[in-house]
Design a protein around this ligand. Sequence first.
Ligand code: AMP
Length: 562
Amino acid sequence: MKNEPISNAQPTQPFVAGMMMQQPLLISSLLVHAERHHADQEVVSRRVEGDIHRYTYKDLATRARRMANALAGFGVQSGQRVATLAWNGYRHMELYYAASGSGAVLHTLNPRLHPDQVVYIADHAEDQVLFFDMTFLPLVEAIASRVKTIKTFVAMTDRVHMPAQTKIPNLLCYEELVEASSDRFDWPTFDENTASSLCYTSGTTGNPKGVLYSHRSTLLHTFAIALPDALNCSARDTILPVVPMFHVNAWGLPYAACMMGSKLVFPGSGLDGKSLFELFETERVTMSAGVPTVWQGLLAYVEANDLKFSTMRRTVIGGSACPPAMMRAFQERYDVQVIHAWGMTEMSPVGTAAILKGKHLDLPAEARMAVQSTQGRAVYGVDMKIVGENGEALPWDGKVSGELLVRGPWIIQNYFKNEGGDPLVVDEQGHGWFPTGDVATIDADGYMHITDRSKDVIKSGGEWIGSIDLENIAMAHPKVAMAACIAALHAKWDERPLLIVVKKPGQDLTREEMLSFFEGRIAKWWTPDDVVFVDAIPLGATGKMLKNRLREQYGNHLLAKA
Ligand code: AMP
């Protein structure tokens, strides 16, 4: 803990306690509330088997209790990690509540990572049990004998769809566990600061780091995102989270839906435009959330087939900047309001949302678009500031840009196992601030606009690619003297890796030879899109590569080639 005053009261002042109930904020209470007040509300899922599954919050709660008993049966202790490799679906939702609700920690692994990284993360987290969708059977088979702490593997399917043969020892079947377990389970009461879920982020340099949320941080974040000037969720909504449940808890929607009693629609693995559009229409979805790349696919499908959304009212777009053309298409052509939002894994994730104020409503369309195109203003609970090179606070004039720092009750204090050391910057009052690595302006109304990024990472279709990992691989090539990897703008994926290489003297190295060197060493989609050979890479005073200079020079390289 930092030396933070709990309140401004002087220690000598008498302490008068408020006389209200002490009730810890626990994730299980969301499910209890949903079952009691919205028992018949639907949860609809497209399963990996291809069919549509539907049941109610009552069924969800009953089965979550059964799974909590199953976890107890595995010997999972309070605080131990229960891992998932799964799409958005009802079984994943059951685990969200079964694991966290019973005092264990839900650890959502990202299946898009290279198997080596999945093994690293599972070992680092000391996962005890792994639940996985059948789509990921090959991945689990590849890692099962390598992971050190996972003792139990569970396929999230029924007996009929279990693999006839597998290399995974003693593979268990999810539906058999549900059937065999009692639906009587009293959710335990414990300290609200207890860890609830764990998400690793590669959005920093070095190895992926874990962000360990608590019940309290999750509940406060849920209250905040459900508000009208944030994601605006209600019992009248049908929410389809496209953002994966392995990405910062699908931006908190699985919790907000229970809090508000919204109908939930889970798309499973069908994230293409056609599959999504079908679900939007058949389930009468009113609201959705996802990264720009997904919406590109959906818009292309809707446009090509001359379709309209009949019930969709708004969509949250974040994870990467929403291109203005996309915002225009949704709002002007399809009458779907875009909520441009910004956040980070380290922030649970929501920090800001670009919602208009009353004074904006009568502005001309273009001026309103300009407000909506910013990353938005802070939701209550998130404090932010921009600072200059010496840490001095910069003015909120919408012009001056500086590094964006944040603080609040659902923002990280330290990475899991204190990996990477204390991340916070302490101000003169002794308050800790988390440096986001984003560079931004903030205007007088509090609208924040990201202008650049100081962290050396590439965000492709909403997923991180570590530039340092790519550089290390490139540097291992015998013909390479120096290599830098930068984020180059890309029409479809927002950003893609571009490799800039200085060859060793007298060496002949082609683009193809360089790129083939990445095969097998990283996930295929991490492979740089192109290689630029240069004579020298600019270096700063301390010998560090000046990647911002390279970004200025080559940032549009892939757009120019397209
Ligand atoms: P993650 O931890 O994967 O959620 O990534 C967080 C980072 O994604 C932020 O620090 C930003 O660099 C970027 N990001 C998230 N939302 C936006 C947005 N709306 N506009 C621009 N960048 C964004």
